[in-house]
Design a protein around this ligand. Sequence first.
Ligand code: UDP
Length: 395
Amino acid sequence: MSAPLPRVFFLDQSGDLGGAELSLLDIVGQYRGEKRVCLLSDGPFAAKLRAAGHDVQMLPLTSGVRRGSGVAEMLRSLPHLARVIAGIGRSARAFDVVYANTMKALVLAALSRPLHRRPVIWHIRDILSADHFSPLALKVARSAANLGTDRQIANSEATAAAFRAAGGHQEAVVIHNAIPTGAFHPQNRASLRTVLVQETGLDPANPIIGVFGRLAEWKGQHIVIEAISKICGCQLAIVGGALFGENAAEARLRQKVADLGLSERVRFLGFRDDVPALMGGVDIVVHSSIQPEPFGRVIVEAMLAGTPVIATRAGGAIEIVTDDATGLLVAPGDVDALAQAIARLIADPNLQQQFSEAALIDAKARFSPEICFPRIDSVICSVAGQQPPPSSAGR
Ligand code: UDP
């Protein structure tokens, strides 16, 4: 009989459901060893983990560093931080491996290492660049990664390259997100469209574009709004809520819709748990990030939904979409290029079908749980000094 899998202490800072958390939910769900998820704030992510029957520990981090924080803010939060670090150190000692899923989780896992003395994996899910982080945050992340972790998993080549460029010492293992296919029904797109039209009151005779993801400036929903304003009758469903305190983004987008006189053609559907069905119901999914996307789960999801996709040519998106073969790539922030790409697809149903069929095959082949999860299990086993389970062998 093979040895039991290492016991893993997963650590994530967020209570919200971003892509990093949804990916971790899948990783934890499939991991067959003993495990616990420790979170630094409560919220929908904790609720989903508990609903799935996972062991969830809450160590609330009520103050602390944010993107763009200065030294003074960091110093003020030290006593509270010290208590959280001590809590992580104590709890993680009962496990074999600490798996940090986010940037704050990395820093805390590294700082608590003298207490837990366990190998630390950092799953890098951010592009470590000045576009996304302050110089201080980059420095802290680099030091924590170089001094306080044993292995890094990057969610794309783009993320790994940014880690290297930011001064990361080790070579991160690139493992793309796995997207389970069960909730996607590409063969039902017509009926999913009917349901979407009924719910939204959009005009079934005109094209419906979908944009999915949290509402934030860098996600570029405003670019899609401007692009559809240039295409007669073109409609837009915006799916996603403001996460991580970025609450002003939604108001700005609604204002833009009003300013462009698009209220009849644009719907805000908020954060949804039925993304696969909604993706199947729209005619085209647009991924519109104006900064490099670390991975871009929504792109793979659109491919699995059987819906043609247009994405921005940067970051992880380039590793997912092959331009003019499994979708279209356009320059980030280029309204005219996006409008042209949308118009081209709308005008050519054969091209839509060609892209969606190729994309579905490609997504199933490259982003399947059967391929990606055993590779994660392998990394966990290797830092714990164990042989990977037989199902991971040779992957
Ligand atoms: N998502 C969701 N409900 C929404 C909008 C988005 O569940 O209303 C999910 C989406 O399906 C995807 C994830 O949020 O799995 C976003 O991941 P992505 O990698 O695209 O972006 P991130 O949040 O990591 O920046």
